[in-house]
Write a protein that binds this ligand. Structure first.
Ligand SMILES: [Zn+2]
Length: 310
């Protein structure tokens, strides 16, 4: 098929994680102490979109008696009991619940759990933080909990209220901006590919040696830089595919998505369609593609240069 042969010439970047000794999908323990400050609890909501399940993080200096909980995840009694057991072990009270973004697999339990713990929710959206909650004000806002300091890092793109959280030791909680496995979906119309790439580039400058994602295993050592560069290369790869496909003639979003994501399982198709739509939006803003009537997308013909007659 003509379109497919065009795509065959565009080589996908290699995911550096194939070289790492990461646990297989579904192989994360329910509770894992990641370092002196952080314990990860994996929620029992595995799926093709949430991978092993949502990662909830309990973060605090041992002996300080205070901690924060990042991304409570779904309303699950089993999950809540596991988080509680971690709090009891560390003899810590929850000072605040922090949420990376409004998607339910991260935010659903936030207000309920915060109420049980007698604390507030902090998020980038008042719907998530709820009445009396904290809505982040500005880039670089820093929250202090005793000796624990957390910087709020805006990372719009996957969705527009997305933030990451950075500890003083450089550990970065990346939510769905960067995942432990695979690549992130750009939701449409909430997501934005231009913002997503800028967010990746901003995080790359941090030089962090530990990313703790919203799903999948932690990325440490050389992995953060390699994976962020892979994410950037992957987005450029998808853009190249789109331009090449449309080079052979106008096409609908549905047809483009089918060609780019060959053989994708059904429950991932909507995410692929939205990511493709977000990519078309970026290219349209750069005047590299144009939306015609009837849902067709095309590459605009370049205006012919006026000839100069002396
Ligand atoms: Zn998620």
């Amino acid at each position: 098929m003509y379109h497919q042969s065009v795509l065959d010439n565009i080589v996908p970047p290699r995911d550096p994680r194939v070289f790492y000794d990461l646990p297989p999908l579904g192989g994360l323990a329910s509770i894992t102490r990641l370092d002196d400050l952080v314990t990860r609890i994996v929620a029992p909501n595995p799926s093709s979109m949430t991978l092993d399940g949502t990662n909830t993080y309990v973060v605090g200096n041992s002996g300080s008696g205070a901690c924060i909980v990042i991304d409570p995840g779904p309303k699950s009694a089993i999950h809540f009991d596991r988080v509680e057991s971690v709090l009891h072990t560390s003899d810590a009270e929850v000072a605040m619940v922090l949420v990376t973004h409004h998607h339910r697999d991260h935010a659903a339990a936030a207000q309920t759990w915060a109420e049980k713990w007698g604390c507030t929710v902090a998020a980038n959206s008042p719907k998530v933080s709820g009445p009396g909650g904290l809505v982040f004000k500005s880039a670089g806002q820093t929250l202090r909990f005793g000796s624990l300091q957390v910087e709020v890092v805006p990372t719009p793109g996957h969705c527009m209220d997305h933030v990451a959280f950075r500890l003083e030791n450089g550990v970065l909680f990346t939510g769905d901006h960067i995942l432990g496995r695979g690549t992130s979906v750009l939701t449409w119309p909430d997501g934005d590919l231009v913002a997503y790439i800028e967010s990746l580039q901003r995080i790359l400058t941090f030089g962090s040696d530990a990313l703790y994602p919203g799903h999948g295993p932690q990325l440490v050592g050389e992995a953060p830089e390699a994976v962020i560069n892979y994410y950037l290369a992957h987005r450029a790869f998808r853009e190249n595919q789109l331009i090449s496909i449309l080079g052979s003639g106008p096409m609908t979003l549905g047809d483009i998505t089918e060609l780019i994501y060959v053989g994708l399982q059904d429950d991932l198709k909507e995410g692929a369609r939205q990511s493709t739509r977000a990519c078309l939006d970026k290219l349209q803003r750069a005047d590299k593609v144009r939306e015609m009537s009837e849902g067709l997308w095309m590459i605009p013909e370049k205006d012919s240069q006026p000839s100069i007659v002396a």
